[in-house]
Ligand binder design. Structure first.
Ligand code: ATP
Ligand code: MG
Length: 413
């Protein structure tokens, strides 16, 4: 290849719609890109005419850098490109034609039609978009022997005319879109071992939120509970975050010990969910999180009827976001696969919900759940569970730090 990509063109997503706050979002995005590319040979990142240009010292790393940026929220699309300084374009755009032909030869594959698409942010450039399309298109068409097709071509060569340079690129790769991480505040995400909850957490991350992850396990210690799968899900989510994530592992024994004498089978599942939400809300206050996030989907299982969702935590004092509420399993599974969680989510795991009584009441009343909470001392269960909880700091590569709060939790705790 005569013209290796020396720059990545990065276009941002919704930030473009912001007015007064735009600089705040741009700065976050810039920092997050820098973190994603840490260790890569980057010569610099400039903001040029409503987009970022990431300059590469080693064009051989263009593909790897592009893959890393695909995980940065706030980017609509990105593309490895060849930069041609204005002074070098030549009469009749000879240099642009040469680069376009070169890239087209490399990337055309088995396409049977093509087009050249030009965008000019420099309106003073002596050639207009149509002229550039024609000059570059003629050169590419002659070499490839393919006809140009304006609507839905198989293959597109893009030319971007900026004030100081022209950029030529073929593949436009979709970014993760959304808003830059760190612009949306903190949330506590209830993470089970299933398919839904990692997707729910990811959707809030894509809105710019920093998640604290919380998992409830049965057993005396989380090591005994075999929480490796949960750590792996946290690793998947950390791969989408510029900073490592905190994962709380909370034992449920203190709930079970108290529920035994006070909660019938019909109410066990709902009281258990109430316990999880109450404990999560306590963690949220400690960690400055402003909302809880769960993977509930309306009607998916008996505990997720509208009545039950409404009854579980009328008194929690924080918004509970349920981003999957209107989705079916198929839609959730598509996202789970896209984000890389699916292969982990389908690994076998004995979630503590799976050992609860499977036939809860369908129309629980909030006042009944509140009465049961008082009878079984739910606040005591929350207190003892959190006293025995462990905290892990997890990055994409694994556990970075492990903070055990206490030893094994005693059943009567
Ligand atoms: P699945 O894909 O099996 O449905 P799920 O994550 O949706 O997995 P559900 O049993 O449907 O699991 O639970 C609904 C929600 O309750 C979950 O999305 C999650 O937010 C929360 N939840 C369930 N079990 C746990 C747990 N052990 N720890 C933390 N949160 C949990
Ligand atoms: Mg579910």
């Amino acid at each position: 290849m005569n013209h290796p990509a020396s720059v990545l063109v990065v276009t941002y997503a919704e930030i473009a719609l912001k007015r007064k706050n735009r600089p705040v979002f741009q700065l976050r995005l810039l920092n997050n890109m820098r973190r994603a590319l840490a260790g890569e040979p980057i010569a610099g990142i400039n903001h040029v005419e409503s987009r970022y240009l990431v300059w590469l010292d080693d064009p051989g790393r263009a593909e790897i850098c592009a893959q890393k940026l695909e995980r940065v929220f706030g980017i609509r699309w990105l593309s490895p490109a060849v930069s041609i300084p204005k002074s070098a374009v030549g009469p009749q755009l000879a240099a642009v034609q040469a680069v376009a032909v070169d890239l087209a030869r490399r990337d055309v594959g088995d396409a049977r039609t093509f087009k050249v698409e030009t965008r000019r942010s420099d309106r003073g450039f002596p050639f207009d978009s149509q002229q550039i399309n024609r000059l570059v298109g003629d050169a590419v068409g002659a070499v490839l022997g393919l006809p140009a097709k304006m609507t839905r071509p198989d293959f597109t060569v893009n030319v971007l005319v900026l004030r100081e340079r022209l950029l030529v690129f073929t593949a436009k790769r979709a970014g993760a879109s959304g808003l830059p991480s760190g612009t949306g505040g903190r949330v506590c995400c209830l993470l089970s071992g299933g398919i839904d909850s990692p997707v729910a957490a990811w959707l809030l991350m894509r809105r710019g939120c920093r998640p604290t992850l919380i998992h409830f396990y049965s057993g005396r210690t989380y090591r005994e509970a075999d929480a490796g799968k949960i750590v792996d899900l946290a690793r998947v989510l950390a791969g989408w975050s510029p900073v490592p994530l905190t994962l709380w592992l909370v034992p449920v024994v203190p709930y079970e010990a108290r529920a035994l004498d006070h909660v019938s089978d019909a109410y066990d599942m709902l009281m258990f969910r109430r316990f999880m939400v109450k404990a999560a809300a306590t963690i949220a206050h400690r960690e400055n999180c402003l909302a809880l996030v769960t993977g509930d989907s309306l009607g998916q299982v008996a505990s997720q009827t509208l009545h039950n969702l409404a009854a579980i935590a009328p008194d929690v004092g924080l918004p509970i976001f349920r981003p999957l509420i209107g989705m079916d399993k198929e839609q959730t599974t598509v996202i789970s696969k896209q984000i890389g969680a699916f292969p982990v989510s389908i690994r076998p795991y004995r979630d503590c919900c799976s050992i609860r009584s499977p036939r809860p009441v369908l129309n629980a009343r909030p006042d009944v759940l509140c009465e049961l909470s008082a009878a079984m001392d739910l606040p005591g269960a929350v207190r003892d569970s959190l006293a025995a909880a462990a905290r892990l700091v997890v990055g994409p590569g694994g556990i970075l730090k492990e903070i055990d709060r206490a030893g094994p939790v005693a059943p009567g705790a």
